[in-house]
Design a protein around this ligand. Structure first.
Ligand SMILES: [Mn+2]
Length: 436
């Protein structure tokens, strides 16, 4: 592994050389937790390197981006899957991504393309954009403290602490910025609230106050207590009870290792619980408050109250959706799907359902907003051994005149609104061929 990571690190040196030739840098990043934390890492590193920059958030590279010719452009958490767009850029270019690269980029000027997949590393589980940004930041200067920010992206993209991610965690611990404790990787705060609003894990307690009371009574835990104040024995009883509840719900077994065993504390972040900070950043991004999330990750505590209230509002909305849509999930032959109109989120619904409730087939979530149709597809690693969802999305979307791609286990597409049926049929057909 180390030699592959060494190659990646070597390319970060080339990227930092490219940075040194520019005074102003235009940064584009994705609006999810991984993208925002990658953006915060790049921003901090550029700030410390005394560079001027401007950062913007994009939902996809289908959106237009502006830049002045000749300005250095950095794309984080995107770019690798859009070779045509990248080939058109008339500027020096740095790509810090971990999505599966598609085709070839023919750069007009200098290009440094840093993506774990290129170096034989696992970009699906073992290095996210925030991690790539972290290694890039280290090439720019003494930025080991940003390891804690990188962890937000790792958790946000549901990755594992293996390979390069383990290196990020290790360096964070060695520097005293990150601490690992025994326990459950749940958000912090009042237990009742944490359990009813948690999405990772999704416990299905929202609006089930009676059931939650009963659950807590059985294990003799006071729901008014703060999570941090539980004794070791209480924490253990709670862990066991949560594991049991997840099993009954039908949770995919791969989820357990990310929830049980360790609790990550970010000692230099405005929210110490890594799980909570990740959820807060994610919510702010989804709610359109990328600036708040970014401010928080840059370490500005004045954003804390606003960020927390956006987080709670957003979680409430998502839980309402999760309750409401459960019965709309339909059975295909080799996948499940749901077609929604104007839902506030597709990806979180797709992620949560596919990890906790509808776990044993790929799940395709379709959201129609006006004439735009957004698709989120999810599968677990077990399914992904036979089926690459990024390919499924790309092929099925192309067939109906759309675009698709992403990761093996989490992919997406944009398709014309009159082609939903045809698209779903094609997805089902490809899934059946692969899973047969
Ligand atoms: Mn990502």
């Amino acid at each position: 592994m180390s030699s592959s990571l060494d190659l990646l690190k070597e390319s970060t040196k080339k990227a930092s050389e490219l940075v040194s030739r520019h005074e102003f840098i235009r940064v584009y990043t994705h609006y999810d937790a991984d993208g925002i934390s990658a953006g915060a890492i790049v921003a901090k590193a550029l700030l410390r390197a005394k560079k001027n920059f401007q950062i913007s958030f994009l939902k996809t590279l289908n959106d237009d981006f502006e830049y002045e010719k000749g300005t250095l452009l950095i794309f984080a958490d995107m770019g690798s899957a859009y070779p045509e767009k990248m080939s058109k850029v008339e500027s020096d270019l740095i790509i810090l991504d971990h999505h599966i690269p598609v085709g070839n980029i023919n750069p007009k000027r200098n290009l440094v393309h840093i993506n774990p997949h290129i170096f034989g590393l696992d970009g699906t589980y073992e290095l996210s954009a925030s991690g790539v940004a972290y290694f890039f930041a280290k090439a720019l200067g003494d930025n080991n403290d940003l390891s804690s920010t990188a962890i937000v992206g790792i958790l946000g993209d549901k990755q594992k602490f293996k390979g390069p991610n383990e290196v990020v965690l290790k360096e964070g611990k060695e520097g005293g910025y990150v601490e690992e404790k025994e326990g459950i990787n749940l958000a912090s705060g009042k237990i009742k609230k944490v359990l009813s609003l948690s999405l990772e894990p999704y416990l299905n307690f929202y609006k089930k106050d009676g059931e939650l009371e009963e659950f807590l009574k059985k294990i003799k835990i006071d729901g008014e207590k703060d999570f941090e104040d539980l004794s070791f024995e209480e924490l253990q009883r709670l862990s066991d009870a949560i594991a049991l509840r997840l099993l009954k719900l039908g949770t995919y077994e791969g989820v357990f290792e990310s929830i049980f065993g360790r609790r990550i504390v970010l000692k230099n972040a405005p929210i110490k619980s890594a799980a909570l900070l990740t959820d807060v950043v994610n919510s702010c991004g989804r709610a359109g408050a990328t600036g708040v999330a970014m401010g928080l990750l840059m370490g500005d505590r004045s954003y804390l109250d606003r960020a927390l209230s956006i987080y709670e509002d957003y979680l409430t909305k998502v839980h309402e959706e999760l309750l409401k849509r459960k019965n709309d999930v339909k059975e295909g032959f080799c996948m499940r799907y749901i077609v929604m109109e104007d839902a506030p989120t597709t990806s979180l619904i797709a992620t949560t359902y596919s990890r906790y409730i509808f776990t044993e087939k790929p799940l395709i979530v379709i959201n129609r907003k006006n004439d735009r149709v957004k698709v989120s597809a999810r599968a677990n690693e077990k399914i992904a051994q036979k089926l690459n969802l990024a390919e499924v999305m790309r092929l099925a979307a192309e067939k109906v005149g759309g675009v698709g791609g992403g990761h093996k286990v989490a992919a997406g597409a944009n398709i014309p609104s009159n082609k939903i049926e045809e698209f779903l049929k094609e997805v089902d057909r490809i899934c059946c061929t692969a899973l047969a």
